[in-house]
Design a protein around this ligand. Structure first.
Ligand code: HEM
Ligand SMILES: *[C@@H]1O[C@H](CO)[C@@H](O)[C@H](O)[C@H]1NC(C)=O
Ligand SMILES: *[C@@H]1O[C@H](CO)[C@@H](O)[C@H](O)[C@H]1NC(C)=O
Length: 337
């Protein structure tokens, strides 16, 4: 792992332009242009459902909105579910499969939620456009709409992902769970075509949502086997969390300041040593990620804009396209017979 070169302040001010441009260019370098007539089935496209299922996005939006009104915590759950899906075998809805020994049964998937929202959307979509819309596209669209609902940015999602037929629990256990070092995180993202900026930006999803206390137990009491708590944590925050976390199954907010709002306080929290997970706090202290954390803390709009770009990058990870790859699942929980 090569440390990234030092980044000047001027460069950071230009970040949104540079990365948006480089992102668009890299996509064209890897895939044929998106709207050329001959590649309708081997690349994601913004017009994929225009004729196949014109009301697809409307249905997703309506359903996510309905569920969100009943339980706002589902927004965070859907965003995380999308991340866990794309992390293993790409964004192919493999996380949704329910057969024995699938990703969903892995330790790393234990606290994932929102499956019923996807099932509900799928039923509605099947009524309007049978066997047309993939579960992977539904999950990607739902994560985008969930982001908007908590006050995050909107972005156009290209569609045409197909659903995978393979899902293995042991592959899901490489998804980071909060105790890894930054090198692991960088390499994990890099292996999926995501860069350092994507890592810092997408970790900013922890501006909403919650964690089970089990994920931070060692930080509170016995960090790396020292018999002492993690010294990098703000002492008042540590006391608060120790009181709040009597049981490993209880929940705490990932953003200790504004837990329901999509904003950049995730990054300012890190500056106050109030990152909940050890992996959150390490982004602030590691020399490779620290300049990016500082940039997001001081320029909220930069975070907001780049989040849309990095989520687009996440949604494009190792997607299955083309008629010979994967399938359009009839039920998101099971592969077709
Ligand atoms: C960088 C490495 C990451 C680590 C180590 C990590 C770790 C975690 C952990 C441990 C939890 C709490 C699980 C529990 O105990 O209940 C969590 C929750 C969450 N994560 Fe991450 N995560 C990472 C990246 C991401 C990314 C890239 C996204 C989205 C794009 C994301 C979105 C979320 C959300 C929204 C929640 C809250 C879920 C809820 O409220 O149900 N995380 N993450
Ligand atoms: C980071 O974690 C990986 C995997 O857990 C481990 O192999 C590696 O030695 C660690 N690196 C550092 C610098 O601690
Ligand atoms: C802390 O963890 C280490 C290693 O995991 C263990 O050997 C030790 O007994 C623990 N200490 C306490 C006080 O629980």
């Amino acid at each position: 792992m090569n440390p990234s070169p030092p980044i000047s302040l001027l460069f950071l001010l230009l970040l949104p332009c540079i990365f948006m441009v480089s992102d668009a260019q890299s996509k064209h370098a890897h895939h044929p242009p998106q709207f050329s007539p001959q590649d309708t089935d081997d690349a994601l496209s913004f017009s994929h459902y225009e004729e196949r299922c014109p009301h697809f996005e409307e249905i997703v939006h309506k359903k996510v909105n309905q569920w969100f009104k009943k339980d706002y915590t589902l927004a965070a759950a859907l965003i995380r579910l999308h991340f866990h899906d794309c992390s293993v075998r790409g964004c192919d809805a493999s996380i949704l499969l329910k057969h024995g020994g699938s990703e969903r049964a892995a330790k790393a998937s234990e606290s994932l939620r929102g499956f019923n929202v996807i099932d509900d959307i799928k039923v509605e979509v099947e009524k309007k456009c049978p066997r047309t819309v993939s579960c992977a596209d539904i999950l990607t669209a739902a994560a985008r709409d969930a982001t908007v609902m908590v006050g995050g940015p909107f972005w156009e999602v290209p569609y045409g992902r197909r659903d995978g037929r393979v899902s293995l629990a042991k592959e899901a256990d490489v998804v980071p769970m909060g105790r890894e070092n930054v090198t692991y995180l960088i390499e994990f993202f890099q292996a999926r075509g995501l860069n350092l900026l994507d890592l810092v930006i997408l970790s900013g999803s922890h501006t909403i949502g919650r964690s089970t206390c089990g994920s931070l137990q060692s930080r509170l009491y016995n960090f790396t086997g020292t018999g002492k708590p993690d010294r990098t944590m703000n002492p008042k925050y540590l006391n608060y969390l120790r009181r709040k976390c009597r049981w490993a199954s209880e929940h705490v907010d990932l953003d200790g300041t504004t837990p329901k709002k999509f904003d950049s306080t995730y990054y300012t929290n890190l500056q106050k040593k109030m990152g909940l997970l050890s992996t959150d706090q390490l982004l602030y202290s590691d020399s490779r990620t620290a300049p990016l954390v500082a940039a997001m803390a001081s320029q909220p709009t930069l975070f907001y804009q780049q989040f849309a770009v990095s989520m687009t990058n996440l949604g494009n990870v190792q997607v299955l396209t083309g008629d010979d790859e994967g399938e359009i699942r009839n039920n998101c929980n099971y592969v077709n017979r």
